[in-house]
Design a protein around this ligand. Structure first.
Ligand code: PMP
Length: 290
């Protein structure tokens, strides 16, 4: 496996950063998860734009420009001889001293890892998964915007631990007002009376790129109205269908939430149509890798 590290492709064993990097010491840095299918990188521009927005939000200057990053992504993908891959882009604050001040950090590090990922088994895509609401709330937007994909994911990790401890793989996270916002690494959608609902970024949801693709497919292909509005756990329990979206998870049906069966307990018709359209979209669109 070849890793991109600060301009060079290095072997996995040699892909190391300093213990003084503030990415490690404080979670001070940003990341993106990108996917390549069928020799094409899905929504590369959107991912890079979001990475640059995260950088701006934490006052970090990425040491290369978007064009160079695009080339680096493609170079890393090609070096690993994948036809499909999950790529992780990381920009750390860089090496500093043991104080918090990023002003002491010399130069951000840019890391690109290409690997395979399969978060959930095929069985869960066919039969649907179970989710559970947890007591850990999503960090308030006035503290840290959920749209900043920072290296500090402890909030989500604590929620994930709670879910897995109750034997469930994904958690429903509520905002400080108690409304459903998203899961630990996925956005959440409901279908009720042929309308698609999903929490809005203004309620604390990450503006997920898969979320955006699902909204587009629903509106343009399936001709289903989409409403970005506040949803509660009651809305989840009484929905006809529920599914999650994320770069790693893609679109996955949910059939049980907090021990309540959703709809008839099987992946819904709209969810299955969305999965089918999404799988075709990712194979046919995207930046070709050459
Ligand atoms: N919410 C959170 C908290 C996430 O970490 C992710 C994964 N990046 C998502 C939602 C889904 O976003 P995307 O579709 O862009 O991967």
């Amino acid at each position: 496996m070849k890793i991109y590290l600060d301009g060079n492709l290095v072997e996995k064993e040699d892909a190391k950063i300093s213990v003084f990097d503030h990415g490690l010491l404080y979670g001070d840095g940003i990341f993106e998860g990108i996917r390549a299918y069928n020799g094409r990188v899905f929504r590369l521009k959107e991912h890079l734009d979001r990475l640059w927005d995260s950088a701006k939000a934490i006052n970090l200057t990425i040491p290369i420009d978007k064009k160079e990053m695009e080339k680096a992504v493609i170079k890393t993908f090609l070096a690993n001889k994948f036809s499909e891959a999950y790529m992780r882009l990381v920009v750390t604050r860089g090496c500093g001293n043991l104080g918090l001040d990023p002003g002491n950090c010399v130069m951000p590090s840019v890391i690109i890892i290409a690997d395979s990922i399969s978060l959930y088994s095929e069985e869960l895509y066919n039969n649907g998964m179970e989710i559970v609401s947890v007591s850990i709330r999503r960090i308030r937007q006035d503290s840290l915007s959920p749209n900043t994909k920072s290296l500090n994911y402890l909030n989500n990790i604590l929620a994930k631990i709670q879910a897995t401890r109750s034997g469930v793989m994904e958690a429903i996270m509520l905002n400080s007002e108690g409304y459903v916002v998203e899961c630990t690494g996925d956005n959440i959608f409901l279908v009720k009376d042929d309308i698609l609902y999903t929490p809005s970024p203004s309620d604390g949801a990450l503006a997920g790129i898969t979320r955006g693709a699902a909204i587009e497919i629903a509106k343009n292909k399936l001709k289903i109205p989409v409403k970005e509005e506040r949803i509660s756990t009651y809305d989840v329990y009484t929905a006809d269908e529920c599914f999650l979206t994320g770069t790693a998870a893609e679109i996955i049906p949910v059939v049980i939430a907090d021990s309540r069966q959703i709809g008839d307990g099987k992946p819904g018709e709209t969810t299955l149509k969305l999965i089918k359209e999404f799988r075709s979209l990712v194979r046919l669109t995207g930046t070709p890798i050459r």
